[in-house]
Design a protein around this ligand. Structure first.
Ligand SMILES: Cc1cc2nc3c(=O)[nH]c(=O)nc-3n(C[C@H](O)[C@H](O)[C@H](O)COP(=O)(O)OP(=O)(O)OC[C@H]3O[C@@H](n4cnc5c(N)ncnc54)[C@H](O)[C@@H]3O)c2cc1C
Length: 421
């Protein structure tokens, strides 16, 4: 049992942040008989959970920092359609985080991070199925897998370290040939000679609707949703006080699930957590295009995704380092449109909308799922990087265990708040 927690702690809980992590957590805590208030400054699904690519990548294990990454970064940065953008004026601010991130690419660290990621994602599909059935949202999730395709042998060869790591830690995947890719996705251009298919993955066909419907299920069962921008947080045993734009809230316990904005509040409780944002864009094509694909497909060499959302094909873009305040630059995602049409030649119609989201990321690619270092009645659940949709229900279950003093199904020390101090 974690220090400071017991089965009485947190019968009355405030959850800060109504993205996928906060909503799943609020729903799960309420299911355990707790009295739960869910607070968001803008309402449910105002953050990264609104516009992601919809993949629930069961068994995902490859961290973002891999051995030799530092050698490939310059090439990635110079490629105008490459997978990484760094806004140069943001470099001084992000440099310490980038240094830590690159250090996580050391072999011993990579193995640890992969094993710890896999331990979390191992039950992602099963946890989603259970939640979807319980909350009546099965119509929004499909068992169609997650496909990455490669145009060149060199592109596929670049994945050798990732594939070896996946084998080592037991991530299930198949390597596909061109005809096998065609069988799965006949509308893809016949350009792709190799594929990597994770068939256990699920696909959420409308991530925004998923969060909104889970929030509504929470509300229908008696949960309260409050609009408030939480600005300060203090805690003592049995009492957490949260001050925000809608006044003061007190509760026996709190969960901090404010995505990329969580760091400032954790710092007020004495925790210094290196949380950055890996920004990502999306661009929507018209609804008629949605039938062209069955599942999200990643263009391997460029690391962008085409997802057949209910409301049209979504082009989900790569990673931009420019912080929470840097203005959006939609030119980058628009540059990918010709590549998307090359990948899927029948993709017609103009851009319907564009969006920028903030992935909350730590250098080791692992979230924080942990009591605050000093206050056992505040639990952190943030930093889910590229896997927040995947890990919503799983993280929620672990937060419940922490607040109820139950033995979690996996050891939680790899996700502790003070691991970088
Ligand atoms: C382009 C893109 C594609 C992606 N694709 C996938 C994918 O296919 N699969 C996958 O698993 N993941 C994917 N992700 C990652 C995933 O979207 C995120 O990890 C996830 O949404 C994070 O959820 P969250 O609830 O932690 O944060 P968010 O969804 O950002 O929610 C945080 C909430 O906290 C609120 N908040 C912040 N500060 C305060 C405050 N002070 N007071 C009150 N409320 C506050 C915000 O308004 C927001 O609603 C993708 C991300 C991007 C950007």
């Amino acid at each position: 049992m974690q220090k400071g927690l017991n089965s009485r702690t947190g019968r009355d809980v405030v959850v800060v942040g109504a993205g996928i992590i906060g909503v799943c957590t609020a729903y799960a805590l309420q299911r355990q008989g707790m009295s739960v208030r869910l607070v968001d400054r803008k309402g449910p699904c105002a953050g990264a959970s609104f516009g992601n690519s919809g993949a629930v990548v069961d068994g995902s294990s490859v961290p973002n920092a891999m051995p030799g990454l530092w050698k490939t970064v310059p090439k990635m940065l110079l490629d105008p359609t490459g997978p990484l953008v760094l806004r140069w004026k943001y470099l001084p601010e992000i440099a310490p985080w980038l240094f830590r991130f690159l250090m996580e690419g050391r072999k011993d660290k990579v193995r640890h991070n992969a094993t710890s990621l896999k331990a979390l994602t191992d039950t992602a599909a099963a946890d989603w199925e259970e939640l979807a059935q319980d909350a009546g949202v099965q119509d929004l999730i499909r068992p169609v897998g997650w496909l990455k395709v490669y145009e060149t042998e060199a592109g596929f060869r670049d994945t050798v370290a990732a594939r070896m790591l996946m084998r080592e830690v037991g991530t299930d995947f198949d390597v596909l040939t061109a005809p096998e890719i065609h069988d799965l996705e006949p509308n893809l251009a016949p350009l792709f000679s190799r594929g990597i298919f994770q068939k256990q993955a699920r696909f959420v066909i409308n991530p925004e609707d998923m969060v909104l419907r889970l929030a509504e299920a929470f509300r229908q069962e008696g949960g309260e949703i409050i609009l408030s921008d939480i600005r300060s947080l203090t805690a003592k045993p049995g009492k957490v006080t949260l001050n925000g734009s809608a006044g003061t809230l007190t509760a026996e316990a709190a969960v901090l699930a404010a995505g990329a904005w969580s760091e400032r509040l954790a710092r007020q409780l004495g925790d210094r957590i290196p949380l950055e944002t890996e920004r990502g864009y999306h661009l929507m094509f018209p609804e008629q295009a949605a039938g062209l694909l069955t599942r999200p497909v990643v263009y391997g060499e460029k690391s962008f995704v085409l997802s057949p959302m209910k409301m049209g094909i979504r082009l989900g873009s790569q990673v931009e380092f420019a912080g929470l305040e840097g203005e959006a630059d939609f030119r980058r995602v628009r540059k990918l449109v010709p590549l998307a049409r090359k990948m899927l030649p029948a993709l017609a119609g103009d851009e319907q909308s564009v969006w920028l989201g903030y992935r909350p990321s730590l250098p080791d690619s692992l979230p924080v799922i942990s009591p605050s270092t000093r206050h056992g009645n505040v639990v952190y659940a943030f930093g889910h990087q590229h896997l927040g949709l995947t890990l919503g229900p799983t993280s929620a279950r672990l937060v419940c265990d922490l607040l109820m003093g139950a033995e979690p199904p996996i050891p939680l020390w790899p996700y502790r708040a003070n691991r970088f101090t």
